[in-house]
Design a protein around this ligand. Sequence first.
Ligand code: APR
Length: 316
Amino acid sequence: MAAGKKYKIACIGAGNVGASAAQYCAEMELGDIVLFDIVEGMPQGKALDLTEAGPIRGYGSVLTGTNDYADIHGADVCIVTAGLPRKPGMSRLDLLNTNGKIMTTVAENIAKHAPDSTVIIVTNPLDVMVYLGFKKLGFPKERVMGMAGCLDSARMRAFVAMELGVSMKNVDTMVLGSHGDHMVPLPHHTTVSGIPITKLLPQEKIDAIVQRTRKGGGEIVALLKTGSAFYAPGASAARMAQSIIRDEKQLLPCSAYVNGQYGLDDVYIGVPVVLGKDGAEKIVEIEISDEERKALHTSAEEVRTGISGLKEVGIL
Ligand code: APR
């Protein structure tokens, strides 16, 4: 991605998360933004609404809405949030089948219209959908990744800051593993202005924060009653797009394709990644405890079960 170039971001799925991602990308003036959705009028309406916020918020990004994949032509980054939420009575396999079919169509169209893009997948079940997207896109592994750890880490940072009464900006952490109950928060790599939280909080408070992080998505669902979180997921996807477009080399936990790292092979899982112009440029291996490694492997097994499910329903 050349310096001085005008970038294009395609948000595939213009629902709550897709529209929030578009909003944050516009606020950061990362480039021009195309909102795509299958619902007629909705992406056009949201794009127009966001455009009309521009004069007030002071951004100049050109936002358009479309139902035609041809309009994502030449996108540099695609943020994929297209999918259906799990409804009552729907099994995990049903969700895999439904979102798996959607992901397949999305991947085929991205490959056709934006073959040089870097793809950030947000659709759940996350790590399984990223693996499927990777297989269907046929892009190099560096250009296909999932957004999860960035969100889970942001939640943990917020919880630590709330507990200690300090600025969220001072808190840093990493959450690895799959996006779900088996995610692996790393309290030993959590600091407040360089001070480990183990020196600032008693173990039971740390344990409670780890648990709250694991259930972070569910906490919002329970409060909203209809729908799930979208501000923080949208902001997390935009943050990843920012690091890629601006070649910032931010070290962020992302769902990336592992081949040997952390003793794992041929799976997408949350690991620390350097994000730059070439996408997921490098997976960084940090020292983790035996217990954390075990949890990471359990988490990978869960993703593999999902991948087997996709094979079972004939999508992979
Ligand atoms: N192609 C494109 N868009 C589609 C398709 C498709 N085949 N099928 C559905 N969509 C669109 C829907 O029309 C909807 O606008 O995907 C959008 C999803 O938006 P929401 O239902 O508002 O869901 P959202 O809260 O944005 O979550 C999107 O991200 O965090 C994950 O679990 C979440 O998988 C979900 C995804």
